[in-house]
Design a protein around this ligand. Sequence first.
Ligand code: GUN
Ligand code: ZN
Length: 430
Amino acid sequence: MQQAFRAAILHCLADPGESGDSAAHQYFEDGILVVEDGLVVMLGEAEAVLPQLDDGAELRDRRGSLIVPGLIDCHVHYPQIGIVGAYGEKLLDWLERYAFPAERRFADADHAREVARIFVEELIRNGTTTALVFASVHAHSVDAVFEAAAARNMRLIAGKVLMDSHSPESLSDDVETGYRDSRALIERWHGRGRLGYAITPRYALSSSLAQLGSAGRLAEAFPDTWIQTHLAENVDEVARVRRRFPDAGNYLDVYDRVGLLRERAVFAHCLHLEPAEVGRLAAAGGAVAHCPTSNLFLGSGLFDLRTLADAAVRVGLGTDVGAGTSLSLLATMSEAYKVLQLQDQTLPPTRALYLATLGAARALYLDDVIGNFAIGKEADFVVLDPAATPFSAQRTRDVESVEALLSALIVLGDDRHVAETWIYGREQTV
Ligand code: GUN
Ligand code: ZN
């Protein structure tokens, strides 16, 4: 049966760039999105679509709201949702003092299941319908988050963290168990429904060269899996990588040499890259997750979107909770804007939306199935209510354009403005 949604509807067709090119998005002020069997089947102005609806179509009137594609989080650590706002440290000390103790608790499978449930509910509350997720070192932490996502038919990619060196004993695997557990998880979960597996070496400093090599072999054996890790987040981290891997030409080269740089590899942060690394990322089809709330909270640095976009590197937004301070991609877009303002770059609102929808889908090599409302794509979408609070209602009442509306929603919006989250044509309740 057809389900039709009448509202203002906005989606991206391409990267709007720094100019906010209006040809890169499509906007229907009084639009209708039609969904059937979980897929988008029609989109257009209400006037044109209404006469074409099936007789039995169910029409939902959401006028006054803005429908956008489901938001995509390209980098988040679900075991860290309990440490958001843990203050006072930069990356390397923050990991020791806050992140590792939080992840140690995931040795308990019941704890993992409980946190995974809350995490998936929180994604939905925030309008996030796809995420690329770090679990913990424990294999059952991946089962827990996949089970929670599968119950909602959510498109989620996750992986067991690989970490066999310079890490707490209680959080360390080894080359053999890391490989075996990852392989078993791939065989159990990858491609099951809408789930995908990401091979997940934490970062160069927490894996031996032998473990990075075994992760690379896994990535070669399963070429349609994802790879996720961290790259050039913090200056002390970069300096240590140089000392520990003197043969590598640069940080990215540590990954590249072992086969961890390929399409579907997503590198979080990338704040301190050399020009050679930018060029190599682009050539190899690797993608970057830009995590502005984390970069600001840990004082890691400012992300240079212009340089990466000019080099045609794929970029999507990530929340990076728990170093990141919010699971909301609206809040993440707002901080991305400020990070660019500090560098005399700018982020038009439609480009911010692009980075959390079609751009993120491109970063994940999923733009054939999600990211916008092209006919045939999976019907993941969000109904945003600009009037959810008295303040935002007043602010958005007389806006002159969809760009102005979106900008206000990005800056003032939070989970209260996410009125409905639909996944594969089903409304999600939390
Ligand atoms: N680098 C290695 N591990 C982590 C992590 O958990 N969070 C962040 N922000 N950076 C990392
Ligand atoms: Zn991270």
